[in-house]
Write a protein that binds this ligand. Structure first.
Ligand SMILES: C[S@@+](CC[C@H](N)C(=O)[O-])C[C@H]1O[C@@H](n2cnc3c(N)ncnc32)[C@H](O)[C@@H]1O
Length: 106
């Protein structure tokens, strides 16, 4: 953690653009890695993260994964719904992980 902090505050960041924009149907998503770095650098667990332009919920998804509380706002109801679905999927995946359940396609 301390090493990540040192590396991230002095280095120039090189982060690939989000590849799943077609999947979520949003043309300008943040890459999760970018949000993860910013949240780890500038917030603590249980802090409240506000993204008033939350789109399909990259900020709120990463905030949940990093144990931050969050408020996501977007003018588009469709994007808000997708952001909620992403959170639901994250919860399901985390539950499967905790129970060590692996799902594979047959
Ligand atoms: C660059 S996108 C954000 C994408 C988001 N970071 C993500 O990864 O999904 C900007 C978002 O701002 C929303 N937006 C534009 N005007 C707004 C407004 N007045 N109030 C709330 N949201 C707005 C758009 O619908 C769009 O989803």
């Amino acid at each position: 953690m301390a090493e990540e902090f040192k590396e991230w505050v002095v280095a120039r960041w090189s982060i690939a653009p989000e590849r799943d924009m077609k999947k979520y149907g949003h043309p300008a998503m943040f890459p999760e890695k970018l949000v993860e770095r910013v949240l780890k650098l500038f917030s603590y667990q249980d802090d409240v993260i506000l993204d008033p332009f939350n789109g399909v919920g990259t900020t709120t998804t990463v905030a949940r994964r990093l144990n931050r509380r969050f408020i996501g706002i977007d003018i588009s109801e469709e994007y808000c719904k997708k952001a909620e679905d992403r959170l639901k999927n994250l919860t399901i995946n985390e539950t499967f992980k905790k129970l060590n359940i692996k799902v594979s396609k047959v």
